[in-house]
Design a protein around this ligand. Structure first.
Ligand code: GTR
Length: 422
């Protein structure tokens, strides 16, 4: 099936038909760039050539052409524990809230990121944790009147109790279905979450809000074309949360799994690529700009994503709209940047917009890098049956159902973490 939209929101393509392809037979012929051939044309044959030459090359290509470079300056950062109770979830969990305060050079601009932690109450140290952003505030993941209600800007949503761009009491617990806190804690893991909009509100305001302005040079108004967009800012925020976790004596610093869904799956992948402190990286239905190969142009395309969300990637990325074959990178190389650390890619059968097969193939084509580094990535080369997890250090499943995070997904992530961390 081919769907044609007449796209009118972006000045770059007014009146041009935007073709969304869902037909395998219409995927353009493509050659993927080889993760193991360096820019000088030579084959990377040793782990040290990967680590010293090829990995830095790929990181800088993804940074310059796609996500945008992080700022090279530090900001001032303070942590404040604002609550800490030991009898949450009927005594199963210890629940903490922590504020990260970030401020620019002269303290004129600042941002606050509020973190919520649920940790197994019976364990006093070395707790492995899952870290993932939520879409509607910390109070949305669990119906608990003691969780601080977010006061940040939020997309309006009557179902989730968000009015006039602010959460209300009715928002509490509205997203709990996606966050099986009890199951996670009972399995001996902690859950750490924060609202992604604390780091950068997810709408295009020309980068005046969120963390971007903290780093502007005198008179700078927006990131340059090679500098960070919102996904990179969210990924950077995950690293700041990791900075906090390194100071929390309850948490096992070498057992932090970063997880994200959809746009936040794209974010967890970029965080995992740029910050090797993350022990495991999970992409849940991340699709275009995440785990899905761009060159397949199946479902969401670069043109579509850059038109709908002009703030997500860096300015340079739009150059590749309808020119995927000119990209010096593709998303299997993003997966390879996790190597040798375990990475899990999850798709959903009905989520064709995110191109499940393109997500699977990214894992398959990242495998040679894992092999070079002495790990079995994934040996399957054909799409597995639905609800059949496969792979070793590169895990993959395609769940039945829609674009979402379900208990089935979490069960696989817990099992994957058990396998690789215990
Ligand atoms: C969609 C977008 C996807 C995905 C999703 C989400 O509108 O096209 O790339 O990121 O949003 O994050 O929920």
């Amino acid at each position: 099936m081919t769907v044609v939209f007449l796209w009118t929101h972006s000045t770059t393509c007014i009146g041009q038909p935007l073709v969304i392809n869902y037909d395998e037979a219409k995927i353009p012929a493509y050659n993927l760039p080889d993760p193991l051939i360096a820019e000088n044309g030579l084959l990377v044959q040793t782990p040290s050539a990967w680590n010293q030459i090829r990995r830095p090359e790929l990181l800088s290509l993804f940074s310059r052409e796609m996500f945008g470079a992080f700022p090279d300056r530090q900001v001032k950062m303070e942590f404040e524990v604002t609550s800490d109770v030991t009898d949450a979830l009927d005594g199963l969990a210890r629940r903490k809230e922590v504020t990260i305060r970030l401020s620019g050079k002269d303290d004129k601009k600042s941002a606050e990121v509020k973190i919520l932690l649920y940790l197994p109450a019976k364990i006093n140290s070395n707790i492995p944790v899952f870290l993932g952003y939520n879409f509607y505030g910390n109070h949305s993941i669990q119906d608990d009147p003691d969780i601080t209600l977010s006061t940040s800007w939020m997309r309006n949503n009557s179902e989730y109790g968000v009015k006039e761009n602010r959460a209300t009491e009715a928002s509490r617990g509205t997203r709990s279905e996606r966050w099986p806190v009890k199951m996670i804690v009972e399995r001996g893991y902690g859950l750490v979450t924060a609202y992604y909009g604390d780091v950068d509100p997810d709408f295009h305001d020309g980068w005046q809000n969120g963390v971007h302005p903290l780093f502007y040079r005198e008179s700078q108004q927006a990131p340059e074309p090679h500098q960070w967009g919102s996904i990179a800012a969210w990924a950077w925020g995950l690293s700041r949360i990791m900075d906090y976790l390194e100071t929390d004596a309850l948490v096992a610093q070498n057992k932090v799994t970063v997880m994200g869904h959809s746009r936040l799956g794209k974010t967890s992948l970029w965080a995992g690529a740029t910050d090797t402190r993350f022990a495991i990286v999970i992409s849940n239905n991340s699709g275009c700009g995440g785990a899905a190969l761009s060159r397949r142009a199946f479902g969401e395309t670069l043109r579509r994503i850059n038109s709908s969300f002009p703030h997500w990637f860096c300015g340079n990325f739009a150059y590749y709209n309808d020119r995927e074959s000119l990209l010096p990178i593709d998303q299997h190389q993003l997966i390879a940047l996790m190597a040798p650390r375990p990475v899990y890619i999850a798709s959903a059968q009905e989520d064709r917009w995110a191109d499940p097969k393109g997500e699977f193939l990214s894992g398959v084509h990242a495998d040679p890098v894992y092999r070079l580094l002495g790990k079995n990535g994934i040996s399957e080369t054909e799409m597995p049956e639905v609800n059949q997890p496969v792979g070793d250090s590169i895990g993959y499943h395609m769940r039945s159902g829609k674009h979402n995070v379900t208990d089935f997904d979490w069960q696989q992530y817990l099992q994957f973490a058990d396998r690789h961390l215990k």
